[in-house]
Design a protein around this ligand. Structure first.
Ligand SMILES: Cc1ncc(C[n+]2csc(CCOP(=O)(O)OP(=O)(O)O)c2C)c(N)n1
Ligand SMILES: CC(=O)[C@@H](O)[C@H](O)COP(=O)(O)O
Ligand SMILES: [Mg+2]
Length: 639
C-alpha cells in the first residue's frame, strides 16, 4: 500500500519546492508532513514520537537553510523521517527500514542531504564542527553548519567534548537543542533538571524576552543582526545568564528557549541566527509525539518505536499467540537480575539510557537504590561499574553490543587491567535487524576476546543465560555475556540456576563426519539444521561452546581428535571472532582439520529482519545445512 501525501506535501520533492510556498502555508505543510509520518509508520513501522516532535523544526530548517549546501546533521537520526520525506525520499518512504529499502537513519550514500551517517547518539556537534572548521579553512564564510541534538543525546560525553571545542572555534555553527524531556525513557540526570529550570525560570525568561524584543526593535531600524547581538550581549551576559547559563559559560551564544512547534516563529529565529556569526545554541522546547494524541498524551516510551498500530484508535497491534511463547532475552536478564539481587545484596544494575530496552527497569522499580539509569553515557556506565566493584559491589552493567563500542577503553583500562568483578551484559548482540549497521552487535566477540582477564560467554537459551549470570556472580573478574535482540526458545524459562564451570561447553548432539561448533543463540539454527539434515540421512555433531574465552580445551581436543571437518557458526564478525579463536587453538595444538567459518563477513551488512540478514550471510538454518552438505562432499587429506 503506497500512502498518498497531502495536497501541498505532494508538490514537495526537495527543499527548493518547499521554499516556493509562502510562510502562511507552512502550518499546513507541517500538518501534512505529520500525517504522512503517522500514515506510514502505523503501517510499516519504525521510530515515531521523535520525528513527530521535530516536524516544525524540520520544515523551518529546510525553509530557511540552503541545504544541502548548508550542512545539517541530525543526532542519532531516529527523528529524521520528516527530513527524509522533504529531501527526495517521499516516494520510497514506505520502504523505510525494510530489507533493501531506505535506512531508518540518515546515511551519506542515501542522499546528499544526509551529511553524516548516524545511529549512535551525541556525535552531531563534533561532526558539524568538523564541517564548520573545514569551511572556515576553505574560506567559505556563508555556509551554515547545524547540529540538531536531543536533550537525551546531550547527556552523552561526546556532546560536551564537542561544545568545549566549538566554544573557541569561531565557526558558523548552530547547535539546536531539541528538548522534549525524554530520552527513550524519561531523560535523567542533573542536565535534565538544569534544562527544565532554564525553561521555566521566570527571571531567565524575562531577560530572554527582553532580548528578543530588542532584537526585533533594532532590526526594524535596519541594524544588522551582528550589531544587535553585540548591543544586547551585555544584557544577555548579565548576572543572570553569565552565572547560570551553562552554554554561555562554554562561549556558545545561547538563544531560547523557543516553542519548537511554532513553525513561523522558528523560521524567523533561524533566519536571525543564520546572520549571527560564531557558534551558538538554540534551545527549542518540543513535545515528543506532538500532534498524534495517543503518542502525545500516552506513554512516550511506548511511542518511541511502537510497532504497527491502528492510526485511528491508537491501538498498537500485538500478536495473540496460540501457545505459550518464549520470553525476550532482555526480560530473562531483567527478572533474573532481580532474583539474584534478592539473594546477594552486593549486586547492582547499571544501564546507560536503556532501562526499557534492557529490562533493567524491572530492577529499577523493585530496588531503586541499587539500579541506575546513568543517561546516554556508556563510558561512564562502565567506569562507574568499575568504581562500584572496587568497593565490593557486583555490578551488572547492561549495554547493547554496538553501544559498548563507545566504552572499549573503559573496559580495558578501568575493568580488565584491574581485574575487577564487573559483569558486562551485552544485549542486541549479533544482527540488530531493522536498525541496521549502526546497531548491529557484530564486533563484541572479536573486541572482547583479545582483552586479558575477560571471560567471554554467550548463552544458547534462557536457561544458559540464567546460569551464566549466576556463574558471573561467583567469578572475581570481568565477565561478559552476550545475547541477541528478541525472543529465546524456552517458554518455561524460570529454571533453577547453577554454576557453569568457566570455559565449559557442551555437546548438543553426537554425530559423525562433520562437527558444528556454535556460540550463543545462533546454536538454535544449528539444531534446526541438524534435525533437517537427519531427514536427509546426514548426521553432523553439534557442540554449543558457551565460552569464546576461555575455550573449552578438553572439548576441543575431543572434537579435533574425532573430526577432520569442522564448521563454526557465530552471529558476529568473522574477523577475529569465535571461528578465528577455534582456528588459532587448532593451529596452536597442531591439529589438522578443514574449518569453515560462518558468520558476519568483512563488509557492511545493511538493515532487514534478523533472519533475512542471517540468510544473506549464509548462517541461517539453510545456510548451515548447505555448509554441512558441501563440506561432507569434500575429501580431507590428512597429512
Ligand atoms: C550511544 C548511544 N546510546 C544509546 C542509544 C539509544 N538511543 C537512541 S535514541 C535515544 C534517546 C535519545 O534521546 P534524545 O536525543 O533526547 O531524542 P528524542 O528521542 O527525545 O527525540 C537513545 C538512548 C544510541 N542511539 N546511541
Ligand atoms: C534509535 C535507537 O538507537 C533506538 O531507538 C534503537 O532503535 C532501540 O533499539 P531496540 O528497539 O532494539 O531497543
Ligand atoms: Mg529528548
Amino acid at each position: 500500500m503506497i500512502i498518498q501525501p497531502g495536497k501541498l506535501l505532494s508538490q514537495i520533492n526537495n527543499p527548493d519546492d518547499l521554499k516556493r510556498f509562502s510562510k502562511d502555508q507552512l502550518v499546513q505543510i507541517c500538518d501534512e508532513l505529520r500525517q504522512f509520518i503517522v500514515d506510514n509508520v502505523s503501517v510499516y513501522g519504525g521510530h515515531f514520537g521523535a520525528s513527530l516532535g521535530v516536524v516544525e523544526l524540520t520544515v523551518a530548517l529546510h525553509y530557511v537553510l540552503n541545504t544541502p549546501e548548508d550542512q545539517l546533521v541530525w543526532d542519532v537520526g531516529h527523528q529524521a523521517y520528516g527530513h527524509k520525506i522533504l529531501t527526495g525520499r517521499k516516494e520510497r518512504f514506505h520502504t523505510n527500514r525494510l530489507y533493501g529499502g531506505l535506512s531508518g537513519f540518515p546515511k551519506r550514500k542515501e542522499s546528499e542531504y544526509d551529511t553524516f551517517g548516524v545511529g549512535h547518539s551525541s556525535t552531531s556537534i563534533s561532526a558539524a564542527l568538523g564541517m564548520a572548521v573545514a569551511s572556515k579553512y576553505k574560506g567559505d564564510k556563508l555556509k551554515q553548519h547545524i547540529a540538531v541534538i536531543g536533550d537525551g543525546s546531550m547527556t552523552g560525553g561526546m556532546a560536551f567534548e564537542a561544545m568545549n571545542h566549538a566554544g573557541v572555534s569561531d565557526t558558523n555553527m548552530i547547535i539546536i537543542l531539541n528538548d522534549n524531556c525524554m530520552s527513550i525513557d524519561p531523560n535523567v540526570g542533573a542536565l535534565k533538571d538544569y534544562l527544565t529550570d532554564i525553561t521555566t525560570s521566570h527571571t531567565y525568561n524575562k531577560v530572554k524576552d527582553e532580548v528578543w524584543n530588542l532584537l526585533g526593535k533594532f532590526s526594524k531600524f535596519g541594524t544588522s543582526a551582528q550589531e544587535v547581538i553585540s548591543k544586547v550581549e551585555g544584557a544577555i551576559k548579565s548576572a543572570v545568564l553569565k552565572q547560570s547559563n551553562l552554554f554561555e559559560s562554554l562561549n556558545l551564544r545561547y538563544f531560547g528557549p523557543v516553542d519548537g512547534h511554532d513553525v513561523n516563529h522558528l523560521v524567523e529565529v533561524l533566519a536571525d541566527l543564520r546572520d549571527i556569526p560564531g557558534p551558538k545554541i538554540l534551545h527549542c522546547v518540543t513535545v515528543k509525539g506532538k500532534g498524534y494524541a495517543p503518542a502525545e498524551n500516552g506513554n512516550k516510551t511506548t511511542w518511541h518505536a511502537p510497532g504497527l498500530f491502528d492510526k485511528v484508535t491508537g491501538e498498537i497491534y500485538k500478536k495473540t499467540p496460540t501457545k505459550p511463547q518464549p520470553p525476550k532475552y532482555q526480560d530473562v536478564f531483567g527478572h533474573t537480575l532481580v532474583e539474584l539481587a534478592k539473594e546477594n545484596d552486593k549486586i547492582m544494575g547499571i544501564t546507560p539510557a536503556m532501562p526499557s530496552g534492557s529490562s533493567l527497569n524491572i530492577m529499577m522499580k523493585e530496588m531503586p537504590d541499587r539500579a541506575f539509569d546513568v543517561g546516554i553515557a556508556e563510558q561512564h556506565a562502565v567506569t562507574f561499574s568499575a568504581g562500584l566493584a572496587t568497593q565490593g559491589m557486583v555490578p551488572f552493567c547492561n549495554i547493547y553490543s554496538s553501544f559498548m563500542q563507545r566504552a572499549y577503553d573503559q573496559v580495558i583500562h578501568d575493568v580488565a587491567l584491574q581485574n575487577l568483578q564487573v559483569v558486562l551484559c551485552l544485549d542486541r548482540a549479533g544482527f540488530a535487524g531493522a536498525d541496521g549497521p549502526t546497531h548491529h552487535g557484530a564486533y563484541d566477540l572479536a573486541y572482547f576476546r583479545c582483552i586479558p582477564n575477560m571471560v567471554v560467554s554467550a548463552p544458547m537459551n534462557e536457561e544458559e543465560l540464567r546460569n551464566l549470570m549466576y556463574t558471573a556472580t561467583k567469578f572475581e573478574g570481568p565477565f561478559s555475556i552476550r545475547y541477541p535482540r528478541g525472543q529465546g526458545v524456552m517458554p518455561e524459562w524460570r529454571t533453577p540456576m547453577r554454576e557453569i564451570p568457566i570455559g565449559q561447553g557442551r555437546i548438543v548432539k553426537e554425530g559423525k563426519d562433520v562437527a558444528i561448533l556454535t556460540i550463543g543463540h545462533i546454536g538454535n539454527y544449528a539444531v534446526e539444521a541438524t534435525e533437517k539434515l537427519a531427514l536427509e540421512g546426514m548426521d553432523p555433531a553439534h557442540y554449543d561452546m558457551r565460552f569464546v574465552k576461555p575455550l573449552d580445551e578438553d572439548l576441543l581436543h575431543e572434537i579435533f581428535g574425532k573430526f577432520s571437518k569442522v564448521i563454526t557458526v557465530e552471529d558476529g564478525c568473522l574477523m577475529g571472532g569465535f571461528g578465528s579463536a577455534v582456528i588459532e587453538w587448532m593451529m596452536d595444538h597442531d591439529y589438522q582439520a578443514q574449518v569453515k567459518r560462518l558468520g558476519i563477513p568483512d563488509r557492511v551488512v545493511e538493515h532487514g529482519e534478523q533472519l533475512e540478514l542471517h540468510r544473506e550471510c549464509g548462517f541461517d538454518p539453510e545456510g548451515i545445512m548447505q555448509a554441512v552438505k558441501e563440506f561432507a562432499k569434500i575429501e580431507v587429506v590428512k597429512k
